[in-house]
Design a protein around this ligand. Sequence first.
Ligand SMILES: *[C@@H]1O[C@H](CO)[C@@H](O)[C@H](O)[C@H]1NC(C)=O
Ligand SMILES: *[C@@H]1O[C@H](CO)[C@@H](O)[C@H](O)[C@H]1NC(C)=O
Ligand SMILES: *[C@@H]1O[C@H](CO)[C@@H](O)[C@H](O)[C@H]1NC(C)=O
Ligand SMILES: *[C@@H]1O[C@H](CO)[C@@H](O)[C@H](O)[C@H]1NC(C)=O
Ligand SMILES: *[C@@H]1O[C@H](CO)[C@@H](O)[C@H](O)[C@H]1NC(C)=O
Ligand SMILES: *[C@@H]1O[C@H](CO)[C@@H](O)[C@H](O)[C@H]1NC(C)=O
Ligand SMILES: *[C@@H]1O[C@H](CO)[C@@H](O)[C@H](O)[C@H]1NC(C)=O
Ligand SMILES: *[C@@H]1O[C@H](CO)[C@@H](O)[C@H](O)[C@H]1NC(C)=O
Ligand SMILES: *[C@@H]1O[C@H](CO)[C@@H](O)[C@H](O)[C@H]1NC(C)=O
Length: 892
Amino acid sequence: MVFFFYFFSFLVLFLLSPAPTLSLNQEGLYLQRVKLTLSDPDSALASWENDRDDTPCLWFGVKCDPRTQSVTSIDLSSANIGGPFPSFLCRLQNLTFLSLYNNSISSTLPGDLPTCQNLEHLDLSQNLLTGTLPRTLADLPNLKYLDLTGNNFSGDIPESFGRFQKLEVISLVYNLLDGTIPPFLGNISSLRMLNLSYNPFFPGRIPPELGNLTNLEILWLTECNLVGEIPDSLGRLGKLVDLDLAVNNLVGTIPSSLTELTSIVQIELYNNSLTGGLPTGSGWSNMTKLRLLDASMNDLSGPIPEDLTRLPLESLNLYENRFDGNLPASIADSPALYELRLFRNRLTGQLPRDLGKNSPLKWLDVSNNQFIGEIPASLCEKGELEELLIIYNSFTGQIPESLGRCQSLTRVRLGYNLLSGEVPPLFWGLPRVYLLELIGNSFSGQISKTIAGAANLSLLIISKNNFTGSLPEEIGFLKTLFTFAGSENKFSGSLPESLKNLGELGTLELQNNDLSGELPSSVRSWKKLNELNLANNEFYGTIPEDIGSLSVLNYLDLSNNRLSGKIPVGLQNLKLNQLNVSNNRLTGELPPLFAKNMYLSSFLGNPGLCGDFEGLCNGRDDEKNRGYVWLLRSIFVLAAVVFVFGLVWFYLKYRKFKNARAIDKSKWTLMSFHKLGFSEYEILDGLDEDNVIGSGASGKVYKVVLTNGEAVAVKKLWGGVVKKEYENGCGDVEKGQHELSICNLYFVSTISIDYFFVKTVTEYAYTLRVNEKSDIYSFGVVILELVTGRLPNDPEFGEKDLVKWVCTTLDQKGVDHVIDSKFDSCFKEEICKVLNIGLLCTSPLPINRPAMRRVVKMLQEVGAENHPKTVKKDGKLSPYYYEDPSDHGSVV
Ligand SMILES: *[C@@H]1O[C@H](CO)[C@@H](O)[C@H](O)[C@H]1NC(C)=O
Ligand SMILES: *[C@@H]1O[C@H](CO)[C@@H](O)[C@H](O)[C@H]1NC(C)=O
Ligand SMILES: *[C@@H]1O[C@H](CO)[C@@H](O)[C@H](O)[C@H]1NC(C)=O
Ligand SMILES: *[C@@H]1O[C@H](CO)[C@@H](O)[C@H](O)[C@H]1NC(C)=O
Ligand SMILES: *[C@@H]1O[C@H](CO)[C@@H](O)[C@H](O)[C@H]1NC(C)=O
Ligand SMILES: *[C@@H]1O[C@H](CO)[C@@H](O)[C@H](O)[C@H]1NC(C)=O
Ligand SMILES: *[C@@H]1O[C@H](CO)[C@@H](O)[C@H](O)[C@H]1NC(C)=O
Ligand SMILES: *[C@@H]1O[C@H](CO)[C@@H](O)[C@H](O)[C@H]1NC(C)=O
Ligand SMILES: *[C@@H]1O[C@H](CO)[C@@H](O)[C@H](O)[C@H]1NC(C)=O
């Protein structure tokens, strides 16, 4: 009876309801209101419109508690939605997880978030949020995870953040926070990860209170403007796995308490100003999990502790410091070591004999040290070695045979050592090597025919050795060969016929050998050839007629051979910065363009060559010749007068500045636009007040006699140099050949220049004798650096280099976005002119680049207009950046 009553009631109810659907619950209605506040161009939230659902639990990005059907999680990451933060979401009382990662949520974060009472995970990273961090975030009682990375939050971290009760992860990376890192963060004892990297914080210290965060596993404070010392208290972070304090201005020693971090796996301290030694003693032995230590680019000294190298390290980077002594042999026992970079230190002794025997070494760079002894034969035992860089040491002996089987090698730089003997035949033909540099050793023997196997070889730099024999035909099979520098050897025989097929060839330097035979009759495929130097050999026959078709040829030196016949008329079409065919047996009339005095030295010593000046084709026209003699003499006398005046002027200036401040040699920047054969130390030692030979408005000039007897003039700029820095990866960036002449160093220095800017640029052109080949380009890059105040590989450029960046920015945004904002706007006109000169010098095609004479003249013109305005007494200093090319002349 009762049953029938109920059944009947149900039936009535069922029949009475007009449609078979139930209505959307309240949480679904809330979400539909949220949707109204968001822009959704990709219709990611299309499912949120579905009125036939009774719950939103199947909607895109929504998850519910299966029992109560109440929404617990919303994940709309990368959905391309926009609009202000949808506070209405907090009506969902059981919401614990909210991610809007990687969208376009904009405006400020509202203060009413705390109504999300149950929220545990809040990810708003990679959005467009601005303003200050809301104080009220700390009132979310259950919040464990807060990621606001990659927004534009600015100002301070609110004091309320010290009150978080359950917070485990906080990441504020890549914002515009500009207060200091506050001590009260040390109150959040539940924290496991504190990630504040890449904020423009006001310079401040690492709060010692962070040492109270005993649950911390990750501490990232990269590039946070930190100053002062690393607090001892960090040693208390017993659970810390990852410590990153890189790229700050930390000073003092590395506290020995850091060796108490027994859980630590990774320590990054690079690019600070830390001094003293690495902690000694047996502390390291407790850091049994340490895999990576990077303390590069500091001012650390002393030995590398034996105990450190006993750890199971994978990567040890200590380059650009002043470590000395031997490298502990135990490093060879690190079973996981794949990266060892120790370049630019003062390490001595031999490399451990078993280095690489037990470890899968991939990258080894010990360049610029004082290592002796042989290259360990075991380096590539695990078959992983890719980069072997040992330039500028005193390694002796031969290249181990075993390296000839090291198929993994890609980049090999053995230059400037004392290596000798024959190069193992297989070593020439390693299939993945793109850079093989053996320059400046005593290698002998021939280039093996096995070089045919070096299918990726792009740079073959073997100058300044004792190589003999003829060049194998196989070199001409290397399709990717860009530079072949084999000068100053004892190569003989003729150039292989196949050489003319090298379509990528940019530089061919074979001067100072015993090569003979004729030059290839057709060189049309050398379309990219920029530099051809075959001077001081025994070549005979004629200069190929079609050399005039090599439109990017910039430097041509065929002097001191036995070439005969006429000068190809086509040569006139080329815009050569250097042309030298002197001391050959060339005959006939000079092409009209070259019949000028300024080309005289290019053609001297060819008795059969006729032109309109003295020294060529003597006595052809006495009247005319006398005219030229007279002209030359006048020029000479004039030059002498100018010189004497210059001396007097320099002397007066010198006296005036003689008692100026003392020289701080550590604060020097060396600049040159040439491959120079001396080291910076040689220069610095010569910078004595006694050696001053002149003193101009923009700096003092010193005469420095080098150990090789050569004298050079060195200029110091007033305003001086602020700091020496490392230029990251300069050598790793593959650049065009032109940049290399600036970039083949590892120094970057910050230099300050006053208002004599234009004048200074002009004087570089003079005193540094920038007048040859691709140096015009390098000089142009320096001009662009000065004008823009940017480094050539500023991260903002992305794929571009400085030159391309300037061109596109000029086009798209105008000149104001290019010029360094530090310039006083009253100089804008002049600076624009200088910018234009910089652009001219860096034209993609060398033929469009002006000659140095013209550059100097243009700069002088700007300088002349500029001069009256520039003489300001209280000129403020602005920083410019230079790379210092003075250390060595090698490439890549
Ligand atoms: C939240 O979940 C509880 C059970 O855990 C439930 O009683 C309550 O109704 C839910 N709230 C909403 C708004 O659904
Ligand atoms: C960010 O979201 C866009 C879609 O809006 C997507 O194409 C992109 O891959 C996402 N990026 C990341 C890093 O998740
Ligand atoms: C964020 O800051 C950067 C750098 O100041 C600026 O270029 C960008 O336009 C800002 N974006 C927003 C959404 O405010
Ligand atoms: C941090 O903790 C200390 C000691 O418990 C307390 O005195 C201080 O008020 C706290 N600071 C904040 C900002 O919560
Ligand atoms: C800290 O943030 C940076 C930038 O978002 C990220 O690359 C890094 O992985 C974070 N650190 C950790 C340990 O997660
Ligand atoms: C936190 O650390 C500081 C300095 O390291 C110390 O003075 C302070 O007592 C610590 N506070 C707590 C609550 O442990
Ligand atoms: C290594 O750790 C143990 C245990 O924490 C400790 O007793 C010992 O003193 C530590 N050794 C060194 C050299 O610090
Ligand atoms: C080349 O070998 C000769 C002896 O044959 C030696 O005198 C000379 O120093 C060597 N040159 C180089 C650069 O090693
Ligand atoms: C080193 O740090 C300074 C700022 O402290 C920065 O300007 C420079 O770019 C950094 N260099 C590298 C290689 O990270």
